[in-house]
Design a protein around this ligand. Sequence first.
Ligand code: 5GP
Length: 188
Amino acid sequence: MELLKQRILKDGRALSEQVLLVDSFLNHQVDVKLMQACGEEFARRFADAGVTRIATIESSGIAPAAMTALAMDLPLVILKKSVSSILKDGIIQREVFSFTKNAPYLLTLKTHFVTPGDNVLLIDDFLANGEAAFGGIALLEKAGAKIAGVGAVIAKTFQPGMDKLRAAGYRVEALAPVKAMSEGKIEF
Ligand code: 5GP
């Protein structure tokens, strides 16, 4: 997606060979119009996939996932990274290792919000090692859903997540596949 790639080149910053900072339009401040364009692009790419529900992981996946849900006119469910005291009944959890926090957390889904037989499109901001995506998929499948695909706004294709998901049989679409990075340099 050219618009997104240009924005990454303009405002993104490779902090190292592994970490890309895009907090001025995706992770902290959010360019809602750009997210809307991302949602429309996901809707176009997955138009033939029979999607019945969008899922994402809080918090940075919410903006692009909400825009995808809007473009596809589908419900959105947000997988939680922390559990509040009011979220008790009917929850399932899975430990996921956080790329950015370098620590595990419990990804949580209230099964009430997934209907068995749902065909879910999982949207996230980044795809790196695939931990978050595989954790989300495990919870959604446990709740009885099928996975229509995984959509990443940015996929660092030099890290193993994308290949691992495809090898496991999942369809993956990345709007901006990053081939390589080094400090101050980003290659698509
Ligand atoms: P994975 O679970 O695929 O290893 O990593 C995906 C998650 O880690 C995403 O949800 C995202 O929040 C975070 N992440 C991974 N790589 C990056 C990165 O380079 N920059 C930022 N800002 N977040 C990342």
